[in-house]
Design a protein around this ligand. Sequence first.
Ligand SMILES: Nc1ncnc2c1ncn2[C@@H]1O[C@H](COP(=O)(O)OP(=O)(O)OP(=O)(O)O)[C@@H](O)[C@H]1O
Ligand SMILES: [Mg+2]
Length: 608
Amino acid sequence: MFLTFWRFRSAIASHAGAMGGGALLVIFVAAMEVALPWPMKIIVDDVLQPLGQPAQHGTPAFLGLAALGPLQLLLLAAGALLTMTVMNAAADYLGTRVLNSVGEKTMATIRADVFAHLQRLSLSFHDKQRLGDLVTRTTTDVDYVRALMVSMLSVLLPNVFILGFVTTICVLVDPAFALIGLAVAPLLFVTVLVYRRRIKTASREARSKDSDIAAAMSETFASVRVMQTYTSEARHEDDFRARNNGRRDAGLRVIRLQSMFSPLVDVIATMGTVLVLWIGAQRVLEGTMTLGVLLVFLAYLKALYSPMKSLAKLTTVISRGQASAERIQEILDTAPAISDKPGAVPAPKLAGAVELRGVCFGYQGDRHVLHGIDLKAEPGSVVAITGPTGAGKSSVASLIPRLYDATRGAVLLDGMDVRDMQVATVRKQISMVLQESILFRGTIYDNIAYGSEGAAREQVLAAAEAAHVDEFVRNLPLGYDTPVAERGVTLSGGQRQRIAIARALVRDTPIVILDEPTSGLDAISEQYVMRGLERLMARRTVIVIAHRVSTLKRADRIYVMDHGRVVESGRHGELVEAGGLYSRLDQLQHAKDAPAPALSLVPTESSA
Ligand SMILES: Nc1ncnc2c1ncn2[C@@H]1O[C@H](COP(=O)(O)OP(=O)(O)OP(=O)(O)O)[C@@H](O)[C@H]1O
Ligand SMILES: [Mg+2]
């Protein structure tokens, strides 16, 4: 349990003062709880005792109050009771408030830490993650840890003190009788221990089912368009129902355990009370114990057992919180696969030479998708990569800004291994237009300026013009201030692509990587955008993945990839001459542009 605090010590550290203050307040409340039965004891034993009989366990004597008359004593005791109750209430209010505020603040810190850490984790981690699971870890799990910390401080901590105070006082007042009162404590302890473990297991299960549900949500609604066109709602619903039922059953298991626990504690506690009453009443009748002392013992028993009962609820909170803490820790413990190695230097201002030397790479362990890739781009040159789908073109592109590390061979920029340079300083000098253009929530302007903080407005607008964004933005009522929905779905594919190109244009980087930059554009727009790209390409090293001959012809060198290997390389003319894979792809494209061949494999109506 305390491990949870240790785990998040750095997040707690900044709120340690308030946390300590809150803890002191609740300890004060605990002390008050313990003191509260005493004024009553004085009233019973010393005010109400039959006149003339000396008190057997006279309290006023050792408090130096022997000289006081019964009425004065009553007044004093009643006054003390009132004062203590008010002080108790005030401390209780303050303590609860302080601890809960600290809980909120600590959690905000932890949430921010988790988010920041998640962002830094490499693609190889995110490839395997389900978005919904990450969302629950940063929201509900963090909240459960907060509940754990707050209840440990505001419930468990005072209860431990009450237990300590009460036991000490009982032993001081009447050691033999104290033993009777605590007779059932071991039984309680074992019960709590056993149930805690079982509830924890059940809670952990319920938590992972929560993630299942969140994942189903995010997966379904991220692809709602596909789902509806394929009318596969029923399938998604069944899938959701199955996961939902799993969560329900896990929740029911927790509830079954939890509801059994509280009555069990009740029964054991009552056994203790009955024992004390039975022996205590006899001793009062014998005259070996005052009624006041018996009342104090009974009050203490209640003070001991009611926390035990609240422990039942606490058990769930703690177990749930521990399971959540583990899930959060799992993320925080994952080291980014890609990080600066010790002694990595900041990348110098790059001229833009890119080289892949014998690079092998696989997304999953040994299953390589790239086999011994050799590729070279001189500063300021345009290098094209082409080849059939799945050949590994995008994989090659993602190795250059070190989104992944090669398993063998090396990626060199200006002759330096990318792994010897600080990742951030390398990535700052590379612009990438991805195969699918991703937009962020914000305005069109924000999306173009994304990643170029500090760029002047003219610079951003010039880029927008060059990428032919201006064309369609001009027709929008809000212009560049038009908000873009998440994932950019309010714009067409080609429009998004142009914004992505403009984004790369603003960043004035020596290396530019374009992954099929014009695939979403019609022939005319493509011509325009290519002209814009021309500007982007000037003075820069450009690595462009393309299929269109018009783009390929422009390249200083073309690398043809197939099945994770470079099978040919050269200029357009040379490759067409060579008669290899490239010339076949080239021919196919010409055939596509030409009128349909007379002989068609598609059955016509007359032949059907
Ligand atoms: N994130 C990933 N995790 C696991 N395997 C991947 C991942 N991305 C790609 N692959 C695999 O790597 C191989 C090469 O994929 P890549 O995306 O590099 O091909 P490509 O040449 O860009 O294809 P396309 O022209 O369709 O974009 C494929 O077999 C693909 O299944
Ligand atoms: Mg690709």
